[in-house]
Design a protein around this ligand. Structure first.
Ligand SMILES: [Zn+2]
Length: 81
């Protein structure tokens, strides 16, 4: 088995052992390439910056969903009372 000269590293400088792949950020207009582990390819769709942005959006949506659910519960309680 031939060893590659350098282990690819993530954007945090962490070595990425095993198979890696290069993705291009899925954000419209963003052409940043990112080296990731092959097994992460199904969940990593963006560059570091836009991955954070996507995570923030997701957290915001989750908070909103929770708030909506609680609001529904509260109004149901109000009806029951
Ligand atoms: Zn990007």
């Amino acid at each position: 088995m031939s060893k590659s000269p350098a282990v690819p590293v993530s954007e945090y400088g962490k070595p990425l052992p095993g198979k890696t792949t290069v993705i291009t950020c899925g954000k419209r207009g963003c052409k940043v390439k990112r080296t990731i582990k092959v097994q992460d390819a199904f969940q990593v769709k963006f560059c570091v910056e836009h991955q954070k942005e996507a995570a923030r959006e997701k957290a915001r949506a989750r908070r909103k969903a929770k708030r909506d659910a609680e609001g529904t519960k509260a109004s149901m309680r109000a009806v029951a009372a």
